[in-house]
Design a protein around this ligand. Structure first.
Ligand SMILES: Nc1ncnc2c1ncn2[C@@H]1O[C@H](COP(=O)(O)OP(=O)(O)OP(=O)(O)O)[C@@H](O)[C@H]1O
Ligand SMILES: [Mg+2]
Length: 262
C-alpha cells in the first residue's frame, strides 16, 4: 500500500502487515472472539493510531504485533516475515510505566541490554537515550522519586535503548494530567521524527490520535473490526485548532457514536 507521510525518518522502521487476523482467547472452556478479520498495513516509519471502545481488542492487536500472542487465524508479518515471537526490534510500551521499583532509572533502562548480553557493547546508548527523553539529570533516581511524566519518559527510554524498529504504544499517556500529556505528545513526536521507527499507538483520545498520526483507524466493539480509516495529511507541528483537524475530529467522534458537541 502506498502511504504518503510527512515526517519520521523515512524507511527506518519495519513494514507491519496484519493479514486477515482473527483472535480468540480461551476462558474457562469458552472461546472469546476478540479480533475479527483485521487487515492493516503500516509502511516503514509510518505512525498509525488505533481508536476504539474499551475492551474491544486494541491491546490484543498490539500483543499480536509484539509477538506475545499468535493469531488464531491469519498472519502478522514484519518486512514480509511471519512474526513468531517477541523480539527487541518490536517493543511494547504499556499504559503503566511498569518500572522495576528496586532499580534506578539507569538500571531500568539497562535491563533490555543486560538481558541480551549487550550492556558492555552498547553502554553509551543508555546515556544517549536518557538525554533524548531529558532524564540525564535523574539517572540515579528510583521510580518512587519520579513524577508520572518522568516515569513514562523512563519507560520510553527503556524501549528506545533497544533501537526498536516498531514501537507499540498502549495508551502510554493515559494516566498523565492533561498538561504533561500535551508535553509528552510533543516529545514522542520529536523522538519519532529524529530517531525513526514505525509506530502503532493505541489511544482513547481522538485529539491525540489526530495530532500525532499519519492515519487513524477506528475499531468496532469486541470483536475488533476496522470500521473507519482516515489519513491525516496536515504536516507537523500540527495545531489543535486547525480547521481540517477539527472536521476530522467530528467525523471520528461520529464514527465512534459520540456527538461532537459533547
Ligand atoms: N489473556 C487473556 N485471556 C482471556 N481474555 C483476555 C485476555 N486478554 C484480554 N482478554 C479479553 O479480550 C478482550 C479485549 O481485551 P483488550 O485488552 O485487547 O481490550 P482493549 O481494547 O485494549 O481494552 P481497553 O481499552 O479497556 O484497554 C476483553 O474482553 C478481555 O477480557
Ligand atoms: Mg487495552
Amino acid at each position: 500500500m502506498a502511504v504518503a507521510f510527512e515526517q519520521g525518518v523515512r524507511g527506518s522502521g519495519i513494514a507491519l502487515d496484519v493479514e486477515s487476523v482473527s483472535h480468540r482467547y480461551g476462558v474457562e472452556g469458552r472461546s472469546l472472539a476478540v479480533v475479527d478479520d483485521v487487515t492493516l498495513s503500516l509502511a516503514p516509519g509510518e505512525f498509525v493510531a488505533l481508536l476504539g471502545p474499551s475492551g474491544c481488542g486494541k491491546s490484543t492487536l498490539l500483543r499480536l504485533a509484539a509477538g506475545l500472542e499468535s493469531p488464531s487465524a491469519g498472519a502478522v508479518r514484519e518486512d514480509g516475515r511471519v512474526i513468531a515471537g517477541p523480539n527487541p526490534d518490536r517493543i511494547l510500551v504499556f499504559q503503566d510505566a511498569t518500572l522495576f521499583p528496586w532499580r534506578t532509572v539507569r538500571g531500568n533502562v539497562a535491563t533490555g541490554l543486560e538481558a541480551r548480553g549487550l550492556l558492555r557493547e552498547k553502554h553509551d546508548r543508555i546515556d544517549e537515550v536518557l538525554k533524548l527523553v531529558k532524564l540525564e539529570a535523574f539517572a540515579d533516581f528510583y521510580p518512587h522519586q519520579l513524577s508520572g511524566g518522568m516515569a513514562q519518559r523512563a519507560a520510553l527510554a527503556r524501549a528506545l535503548v533497544n533501537d526498536p524498529k516498531l514501537l507499540l504504544l498502549d495508551e502510554p499517556f493515559g494516566k498523565l494530567d492533561s498538561l504533561t500529556r500535551l508535553r509528552m505528545q510533543n516529545e514522542l513526536l520529536d523522538l519519532w521524527t529524529n530517531v525513526g521507527f514505525t509506530a502503532l499507538l493505541v489511544t482513547h483520545d481522538v485529539e491525540e490520535a489526530l495530532l500525532l498520526a499519519d492515519r487513524v483507524i477506528v475499531l468496532s466493539d469486541r470483536p475488533a473490526r476496522i470500521v473507519a480509516q482516515v489519513s491525516v495529511a496536515a504536516p507537523h507541528p500540527r495545531r489543535r485548532d486547525d480547521p481540517a483537524l477539527i472536521a476530522l475530529r467530528a467525523d471520528l467522534l461520529a464514527t465512534l457514536g459520540i456527538s461532537h458537541d459533547v
